[in-house]
Design a protein around this ligand. Structure first.
Ligand code: NDP
Length: 525
């Protein structure tokens, strides 16, 4: 059996395990009155309940400082579901049943008494697994993560190694602000929990289309054989957002596009696209390969950053007939802010497979559309036939993995235009998730919560991965220093970033490709 066939076997086995039986457990959400809980966590848990995927018995305990009763928290969440549920209207009977699993504990993470109250709440559950199998979801500001874990340990709810039932900690992004703070947070966490108990979230890994990158690569021999220098000219990864920062200016001023998107989502996608085949689909085997890939990225010197990294910030522009404010006019943004809302970069993977192949990554706010896509651009054929005979410029083959929206895969190749003569033009072959599998696509948080309850860390980021990614981001930030943005680094709202981003590819004779969207999706952006 060759390597691709072995992978087919492994994947088929894994895909067969669609439904797992989960042990009864309690999910404790710190930050229960916050935006993430209302918009993502509760809708995800509700849908898992609706689909019968939650454990046979479970409780959800909300924890936050605001004064609430069980009933008032439930009422708020019911309203949030009306807005954020992916299936509408919310089923009243299912909701009643689900709401019976919810309770609220008021408390401050800084106060030991609050954790004693939480402990009493959990102890009141009659069945042992509900008191011992505990998933702690930290949906609070990152400054609270370390303290929450210490308090959990002190009050006896978190045991390192988990010999009494299991206890797991799910940590939201951002995981640190730089390499040093990420290391510090890792040290704080692993004082009280083993690495196997820590589940660092990057919600992109919960997306079906992102998971499909590995399936696509390693279960299709026609592509697997081409996936290397020699066949691939370059790779483009685009994560574009049409909206500006809107109400999240305060957060964004501290983050910027590099920390907010490149450190996690873009480098995660890159590692899945470029990593070597793992020896199995085991969480550690996959994460070993991702770390190896991140460590193979060519380090960026100050001069490399000047040549290979482009940053930008949007200024006001007319979008769909309306004037959009520039970043500096957004609420809670400093009028002279130097924060980047766009990053484009060229990276090289210094290993045998990818030597010399550029990987172009870009992300930004206020771009023309919201779309995430990986585009693999193959090498052109020799131009001895058509170009020489007819003077035609043939497009090279390209493969686009559309992560969102209009999830699917496009293959672009050349075909003869019917008729007399030799005219060749690019055509597309298209696979769409919707038409193949129906419209049902679970939300990323559904999958991630399920995996965390099952104890499978494949879709979560390991300590060394997060640190390797920060190493790359820190070298870029260090090179930028305090240098103010120059005029060339601004771009008008709803354009594809500063001009320098085009120059970055043009140096090598390449050009960015816009994700193709249907008009229907474009209008909704
Ligand atoms: P919010 O500001 O909306 O909510 C923060 C929550 O933390 C509130 O419930 C707040 O409750 C609680 N909290 C703050 N301090 C304490 C404390 N000392 N003790 C107890 N509870 C406290 O933030 P979000 O929900 O937007 O974000 C939460 C986390 O998720 C952040 O780390 C964020 O970066 C991350 N995240 C959020 C996303 C989103 O879409 N919202 C997306 C990706 C990541 P109270 O004030 O009642 O105490």
């Amino acid at each position: 059996m060759n390597q691709a066939e072995q992978f087919d076997d492994l994947l088929t086995c894994r895909l067969g395990q669609t439904q797992r039986s989960l042990e009864p457990c309690s999910v404790v959400i710190f930050g229960a009155s916050g935006d993430l809980t209302a918009r993502k966590l509760i809708p995800a848990l509700y849908h898992l309940h609706q689909e019968g995927q939650m454990p046979s018995d479970y409780r959800i305990v909300g924890f936050a400082r605001r004064e609430k009763t069980d009933d008032s928290w439930r009422d708020e969440l019911r309203q949030a579901l009306d807005e954020f549920s992916r299936t509408k209207p919310v089923d009243a009977v299912v909701w009643q049943d689900f709401a019976g699993h919810l309770s609220y504990t008021r408390g401050d993470i800084t106060e030991p008494e609050a954790f004693q109250a939480l402990e009493r709440q959990l102890s009141s559950y009659g069945k042992e697994p509900l008191r011992r199998n505990l998933l702690f979801y930290l949906a609070t500001p990152p400054s609270q993560f370390g303290q929450a874990v210490e308090q959990l340990h002190t009050c006896g709810l978190l045991h390192k190694g988990g010999e009494q039932g299991w206890q797991r900690i799910v940590i939201e992004k951002p995981f640190g602000r730089d390499l040093e703070s990420a290391r510090q947070l890792n040290r704080e966490l692993t004082r009280f929990a083993s690495e196997q108990q820590v589940f660092r979230i990057d919600h992109y890994l919960g997306k079906e289309t992102v998971q499909n990158i590995l399936m696509f690569r390693f279960s299709n021999s026609i592509f697997e054989r081409l996936w290397a220098r020699g066949s691939i000219s370059h790779v483009q990864i685009t994560v574009a957002e049409h909206q500006g920062v809107e109400q999240r200016g305060g957060y964004y001023e501290e983050a910027g596009a590099l920390r907010d998107m490149v450190q996690n989502h873009l480098l995660q996608i890159l590692s899945l696209v470029a990593m070597e085949p793992p020896v199995s689909l085991d969480a550690e085997a996959i994460r070993d390969e991702k770390v190896k890939l991140l460590r193979s990225l060519r380090p960026l010197s100050q001069e490399d950053v000047a040549r290979q990294v482009v940053r930008g910030q949007y200024f006001a522009g007319v979008v769909d007939g309306e004037l959009r404010p520039g970043y500096r006019q957004e609420p809670k943004v400093k009028p002279d802010s130097n924060v980047e809302t766009y990053v484009g970069l060229k990276l090289f993977v210094d290993n045998w497979r990818w030597s010399g192949v550029p990987f172009y990554l870009r992300t930004g706010k206020c771009l023309p559309v919201s779309a995430s896509e990986v585009r693999v651009q193959f090498c052109p054929t020799p131009h001895v036939l058509f170009a020489a005979d007819c003077g035609q410029q043939l497009d090279a083959n390209a493969l686009a993995l559309r992560l969102q929206p209009e999830e699917g895969i496009y293959l672009r190749f050349n075909g003869k235009v019917p008729g007399i003569g030799v005219e060749v033009r690019p055509v597309r072959m298209h696979f769409s998730y919707d038409s193949e599998f129906g419209a049902y696509t679970p939300e990323a948080y559904e999958r991630l919560l399920l995996e965390a309850m099952a104890g499978d860390a494949t879709l979560f980021i390991r300590r060394d991965e997060v640190e390797a990614a920060w190493g790359i981001v820190d070298s870029i930030r260090g090179a930028w220093g305090q240098r103010p943005l120059s005029n060339r680094e601004f771009y008008s709202a709803a354009t594809w970033g500063p001009v320098a981003a085009d120059d970055l590819l043009a140096q090598a004779g390449h050009a960015w490709h816009e994700p193709l969207l249907t008009n229907h999706v474009k209008k909704g952006r």
